[in-house]
Design a protein around this ligand. Structure first.
Ligand code: SAM
Length: 281
């Protein structure tokens, strides 16, 4: 059966992407990964939010992580979500009905936050730094708007950890090597979160990681493994960087699809997290 394959994923400019609806659905899918749920639950414990506090989520996407934390802020707290995508925020607003505290979703750029200095108790950002041209400036902005003694939480993917096993060592090595090199975006930022918060003058107090494993996928039902790009898109990427000959593209995709059909398919991806404090003088 032919499946419509539109699953290259890119979150730099969601609103201009003809694939925007897939990008939004993918956010819901990845929010349901056990690894994502584990890191968000860990973060919640580490943040220790209190009634009346103000929380900022930078690159909040569909807003569900920020809205879940709203429960901890009591009636007098406030959640602010900033994202460059109006489309993401349209969905986030539609999900904010019934939130316990005030909620504001605003279009804005992570690298230039339109928020005053020292104005939040907690700032979080999840899987957004990897899409920014200048993540260092974005973290400096988070450090600027959090109050002294307040906390900054970063969660991000490290695509250099991405591995695929379909019973073909050469294919696995090719994908692994290609993923190790960053191309045009900080795709391996997960491993640098600790350094980033330190560079912004924050003090890391806790770190965590979690690995998502895909073990099953029917390529005849969905064009891509749950929350991932398609194998066609992966092949296109490998061709673009001269890791795969154009003539090999279809064979590469078909080899992975065939392996998935006979249940010989797994992929792994690790996400990292850090919680840091802005020191008091
Ligand atoms: C992969 S999604 C993550 C969304 C959400 N944080 C989550 O974990 O579900 C990346 C988000 O970053 C947003 N984004 C990309 N560039 C941005 C920028 N310069 N400033 C603010 N948000 C940005 C995208 O629109 C998208 O919503």
């Amino acid at each position: 059966m032919a499946i419509d394959d539109t699953h290259g994923l890119g979150y730099e400019r969601v609103d201009d992407d003809p694939n925007a609806s897939v990008l939004l659905t993918t956010m819901d899918n990845t929010a349901n990964w056990a690894a994502t749920r584990r890191l968000r639950s860990w973060e919640r414990t580490e943040l220790g939010l209190a009634s009346g506090q103000r929380l900022l989520d930078v690159g909040c996407g569909l807003g569900e992580a920020a809205l879940a934390l709203a429960d901890d802020l009591g009636d007098d707290g406030e959640v602010v979500g900033v994202d460059v995508s109006a489309e993401m925020l349209r969905v986030a607003r539609s999900r904010a009905d019934g939130a316990r505290c005030r909620v504001r979703f605003t279009v804005g750029d992570a690298c230039s936050l339109a928020e005053p200095d020292d104005s939040f108790d907690v700032v979080r950002s999840e899987r957004t730094l990897q899409w920014l041209a200048d993540p260092t400036t974005a973290v400096a902005e988070m450090a600027r708007v959090v109050r002294r003694g307040g906390r900054v939480s970063l969660i991000d993917t490290d695509w250099s950890t991405f591995a695929i096993d379909v019973g073909d060592d050469d294919l696995a090595a090719m994908v692994r090597n290609a993923m190790r090199t960053e191309r045009g975006r900080p795709s391996n930022i997960g491993r640098r979160l600790h350094d980033l918060v330190r560079a912004a003058g924050l003090v890391p107090v806790a770190t965590a990681d979690a690995t998502h494993t895909w073990t099953a996928w029917n390529p005849d039902e969905t064009p891509a493994p749950d929350g991932c790009f398609s194998m066609q898109s992966l092949a296109d990427d490998l061709v673009a960087i001269d890791q795969l000959a154009p003539a090999e593209r279809d064979r590469f995709v078909s080899k992975i699809h065939q392996a998935a059909r006979r249940d010989q398919f797994s992929m792994n991806l690790t996400m990292y997290a850090v919680v840091a404090v802005r020191p008091t003088p």
